[in-house]
Design a protein around this ligand. Sequence first.
Ligand SMILES: *Cc1c(COP(=O)(O)O)cnc(C)c1O
Length: 362
Amino acid sequence: MQTTEKTMIHNFNAGPSVLPKEVIIEAADAVINFNNNGISILEIGHRTPQFTAIMEEACSLVKELMALDEDHEVLFLHGGASTQFMQVPMNLLNPKDTAAYADTGVWSSKAIKEAKLFGKVDVVCSSKEKKYSYIPTDFAVPNDANYFHITTNNTIFGTQWQTIPQTSNVMVADMSSDIFSRQLNFNSFGLIYAGAQKNLGPAGVTLVVVNKHILGKIKNPLPTMMDYRNHIAEGSMLNTPPVFAVYVCLLTLRWLKSVGGIAAMEKLNEEKAALLYHEIDQNDLFETTVVKSARSRMNVCFNMKDSNLEKPFLDFAKENRIIGIKGHRLSGGFRASLYNALPLSSVKILVEMMQDFSKRNS
Ligand SMILES: *Cc1c(COP(=O)(O)O)cnc(C)c1O
């Protein structure tokens, strides 16, 4: 794949989204001829030594990069983050028990809807009345709630928990859109899940990190495929895993390690986000849509003060090989997603393009 500076596409897609170029190249090679075996990665059995080595290395890289302790198990499951919306309460909530949820966006509210099918749900805080433009700070979580669920980064409205709330409850987090983007004490969570397609790999696989001690406490029988304990026992091979998607995750995890792990990524992500927010703040044509203290470093949402300029701005972006910046249909405006694999140079080009556009239009 020959991409020069001039032909490079700047991919700000919200998900599925940009992956490291070297990962794409290696994945493409493996589709043709995996490890020089003369067959494609798409043709190997999941019980072969080749694939079990892939699964084992992927799990051990997750453990290493997140610095997980012995209590935490790593799973690669099907069904996307949306399946976790039901699988979490199925495994952790009895019908008469309560789970606490923070409602900070579209994905949180979908998680809440599913949890209500299994037990009582206490929505301890919500930013809905202000279009999810902030992260609530003033709330209490009942001690007896089985767990407290948050969405660490709100992909659609562009807010992010800057600090993880400290409660005595088991913490459960949907980290689909900021997994591996910043350092957190991952061991302090009972369960973390993330659809791979934002920051980890292609669509079709979901990462779950679970503290095994929180499992096995509910009374209702669980369907085989829904019980995390079965997936742990079988090393994520209870049935055929998404072989290719797991392989691409492995390549991305290797890449992440090679560039310095989560600490290095966090630094770069801060730099990228600061650059773009600075431009939005000082450019008269644009405004941010969320409060400063809740700004996401992954999904930067902004509006144009003059909506008549939206279409010309999008056209101008396209001319400059910038794609994926149209906002979600629910929030409108613009959204630039700055996931791990998006290079700083792409953010610089977006910022230059915004400056150029504002010169032409003022
Ligand atoms: C994209 C996203 C989801 C949905 O993921 P699927 O894998 O499509 O089910 C859930 N939560 C968050 C925070 C997301 O960004």
